[in-house]
Design a protein around this ligand. Structure first.
Ligand code: UD1
Length: 344
């Protein structure tokens, strides 16, 4: 009997991490989650278990705690590869607390790479972001578009993170990595067992929409209708979180089967379709039939006018593509919100 490869998932109790653990288990991998639960709850592990029937290994460890992370590797010599999600992700908070962001997001990555190299764990999938492109000169944006100066410490940690991985791989022949540049992840698992649960007031659009629809917020603020876009609101590429989770499984297979041409390769993970804020709100109302009070307010400082992906490289090279419809995705986000708010 062969045993399934064991994959380490840092931040595996978080929003994208938990959906990826489900996708990995369903693809036949064993999983070990390392998460400090600073922005997630232990109940997420139960949700994963209910979906897959298998309880992932779980270690409550902060990746910035080097001895604790080293102990995870020492205690689990079967770890084959790693997926690194653990990071702070609020753009606004990163402007107010830059050192927290540089410490959390970069020290955790450095510690992880150190331990991977020390234990001959050679494959890494890294959570990067379309934020590395800033406002791109060409749309849809492809991976060869130049990286623009970061607009926030959070964005800078993603750019520097990519560079740290490239430099580490250049110095260590065995190390191979895929950088997944996510566009805007939304939605929840169709079972409504796991989903996005931001602490405090949501900063991202879809959690704010679902909380407003659930009556937790009075109304949604639409940040600007005077952009140079067809309806004046910002345009983004909203990617279903289950589709996004599957991209990690595909990237892992790609690395484990040694199909990568370069030691480090970046891929856009998006749908290829740009939707404006106003279009997304209209789609949510239509897909759910729920009323959504909304008003137009001024622009949010630091917002990019429009960005959407050219996902051709991920389609062609990884064989991955976004499959879920936007209607199903918005319904999944609403079903999850209803479940956690006990709305029938
Ligand atoms: C940004 C980053 C993304 C990062 C994410 C983390 C870019 C292009 N994207 O996403 O890489 O992972 O932050 O938080 O830099 N909006 C409203 N009302 C609201 C909330 C949002 O109108 O209450 C609008 C925003 O102005 C924006 C769109 O909705 O146009 C999406 O916003 P949000 O969900 O916060 O994501 P980004 O800012 O695109």
């Amino acid at each position: 009997m062969t045993t399934a490869p064991l994959i380490l998932i840092t931040g595996g109790a978080g929003y994208i991490g938990s959906h990826t653990v489900v996708a990995l288990q369903q693809a036949g991998f064993d999983t070990i989650i390392v998460d400090d639960l600073s922005n997630s709850e232990p109940g997420v592990i139960d949700g994963i278990t209910r979906i897959t029937g298998v309880r992932p290994h779980f270690e409550q460890v902060d990746c910035c705690d080097k001895p604790a992370l080293a102990a995870v590797f020492d205690n689990h010599p079967a770890i084959t590869a790693a997926i690194h999600f653990a990071a702070s992700k609020s753009v606004g908070e990163s402007v107010r607390q830059p050192l927290k962001y540089y410490r959390n997001n970069l020290l955790s990555l450095i510690n992880l790479l150190d331990e991977m190299i020390r234990h001959h764990v050679d494959q890494l999938v890294f959570s990067s972001s379309c934020t590395v492109y800033g406002q791109p000169d060409h749309l849809p944006v492809a991976e060869d578009e130049p990286v623009k100066p970061a607009m926030s410490p959070y964005g800078n940690t993603k750019q520097i993170g990519e560079e740290i991985i490239r430099d580490a791989a250049a110095a260590n022949d065995r190390l191979q990595a895929v950088l997944l540049r996510y566009f805007n992840p939304i939605g929840a698992h169709p079972s409504a067992e796991i989903g996005e649960r931001p602490a405090g007031v949501p900063q991202n659009l879809v959690p704010f929409i679902t909380q407003t629809a659930a009556g937790l917020r009075n109304e949604l603020s639409i940040f600007g209708d005077d952009y140079n876009t067809p309806d004046g609101s910002c345009i983004r590429d909203y990617i279903n979180v289950v589709d996004l989770a599957k991209a990690h499984v595909t990237a892992l297979h790609y690395l484990l089967e040694r199909k990568n041409a370069q030691p480090v390769e970046a891929f856009n993970i998006g749908t290829g379709r740009g939707l404006s804020v106003l279009e997304l709100i209209a789609l949510f109302r239509k897909a759910t039939g729920v009323d959504l009070p909304a008003k137009i307010v001024g622009r949010r400082p630091g917002d990019i006018e429009q960005v959407w992906a050219n996902p051709q490289k991920a389609n062609d090279v990884l064989g991955w593509r976004a499959l879920e419809t936007i209607d199903d995705t918005l319904r999944s986000a609403w079903n999850w919100e209803k479940r956690i708010r006990k709305i029938t």
